[in-house]
Design a binder for this molecule. Structure first.
Ligand code: ADP
Ligand code: ASP
Ligand code: MG
Length: 401
């Protein structure tokens, strides 16, 4: 089998753990597999590099940031290859460029456009274990780019897709995908399987166990992901197309996202085109607007609320302040949490949303915004109730059974 394995920051968090990962890889090769391994930076390393840059500038140039940030993954890739070589295993470390990963030129959030797999294939054909620095590529001009936070997951899935690997194993400190973050709800249960669509919702709604873009790509390319722990030999969770029986399960998971902020616009002039103008301007600045609520209009004005990632709040503030007259007043709130219930079974069952609203009411948690899709219900609430909401919802849908 050709296996792509990805080891996240905690799994390569110190030298001892890198050694442990080397032994796991060696065992997989001894079992007769061809291996391409993708690694993250040691945990905390990327944040440390960002802090270094902020020592000199509040808004460092994104091109230079990419050269800086890509270095974290190179450290682990080279150390891991050295460790493997010392154990007598032929290994070769590769940067994103050497692995043939070409992206667009959106620094710090680049999209992979194509992967030239020739060099990786040659090494594998000669029996080498290829160790690729995740999270990075180069653009058409040869500038180094990075793929956005958590982007090593995306590197791994893209490489698995391009190589036609049998499976993409993603190793972290949890042994699979749970019904909710086991750090918040210790009774969370591990799922044997979850569909791409559910995983995509959970990931984009805050479950950082997999980066959402990597799940999107896995679905598009038909890459089977197995989420596993590098600290145990437990089975893991398979992420794949929906299989028979999945819809029988009403709710598969609860996600919590505390990295959102709310923008509330009051007394917005109520004429056709105003909302279009506001949201087009936000989109042009690449600000990701999520939930939107508009109240019924009153005296020719209306109130409009929406959420954006906290990291984009300052940009959103600048856009809104540029509007002047058309907006009466504006208010920003970072102390919110978005809690979401996800499950493909919702397509064919009713009452899921109603049950969520009831249990929030019973616990005196005020719901400030709601949005739904075929397979999810999301609610914005006060940040301080985030964990409580996860736990009571988990119980309501009996996810611990
Ligand atoms: P890595 O650094 O290896 O990429 P991450 O920290 O990104 O690993 O992801 C693993 C973490 O994801 C776990 O420690 C866990 O707290 C968190 N997590 C959030 N939601 C879930 C979930 N539904 N199932 C499993 N883990 C989850
Ligand atoms: N090191 C990068 C980050 O911390 C990428 C990754 O770990 O996937 O976001
Ligand atoms: Mg991660």
């Amino acid at each position: 089998m050709l296996i792509v394995q990805k080891y996240g920051g905690t799994s390569v968090g110190d030298l001892e753990r890198i050694g442990h990962v080397a032994r796991k890889i060696a065992a997989a090769q001894d079992a007769g597999n061809d291996l391409v391994v993708v690694v993250s930076a040691m945990s905390g390393e990327t944040n440390k590099l960002i802090d270094y840059a902020h020592h000199f500038s509040p808004a460092p140039s994104r091109r230079e940031m990419d050269i800086l940030l890509s270095s974290g993954e190179r450290v682990t890739a080279s150390l891991l290859a050295i460790a493997l070589q010392e154990m007598g295993y032929p290994a070769v470390a590769m940067t994103g460029r050497q692995a043939g990963i070409r992206t667009d030129d959106t620094h710090m959030f680049a999209r992979i456009e194509e992967i030239n797999t020739e060099a990786m294939r040659n090494h594998v054909n000669q029996g080498r274990i290829v160790v690729v620095a995740g999270f990075q590529g180069i653009d058409q001009q040869g500038n180094v780019t990075t793929l956005g936070r958590g982007g090593s997951d995306l590197s791994a899935v893209a490489i698995a897709g391009a190589l036609g690997a049998d499976v993409c194993e993603i190793y972290s400190d949890v042994d699979g995908i749970y019904t909710t973050d086991p750090r918040i709800e210790p009774h969370a249960k591990k799922l044997d399987r979850i569909s791409y669509d559910e995983m995509l919702e959970l990931a984009s709604l805050g479950a950082k166990v997999l980066q959402s873009r990597s799940v999107e790509l896995a679905k598009k390319m038909g890459v089977t992901i197995i989420a596993r722990s590098s600290f145990s030999d437990a089975e893991g969770t398979i992420i794949s197309e929906e299989v028979a029986g999945m819809e029988a399960v009403l709710v598969s998971g609860i996600a919590l996202d505390k990295n959102q902020a709310r923008v509330s616009l009051r007394d917005v002039v109520d004429r056709p085109g105003v909302a279009a103008e506001i949201f087009n301007t936000l989109a042009a600045e690449q600000i990701n607007v999520d939930m939107i609520i508009q109240n019924a209009s009153n005296d020719g004005t209306t109130n409009l609320g929406f959420t954006v990632p906290q990291s984009e709040l300052e940009q959103a503030r600048a856009v809104i302040e540029g509007f002047g007259e058309e907006i009466g007043s504006v208010d920003f709130d970072e102390k919110i949490a978005k809690v979401s219930v996800v499950g493909v079974g919702m397509k064919s069952h009713s009452g899921v949303a109603a049950a969520a609203f009831s249990v929030m009411a019973e616990n005196n948690i005020n719901i400030e915004m709601i949005s739904t899709s075929e397979i999810k219900v999301s609610m914005v609430i006060d940040e301080k109730f985030g964990e409580l909401a996860v736990r009571v919802l988990h119980e309501t849908y009996r996810l611990d059974q």
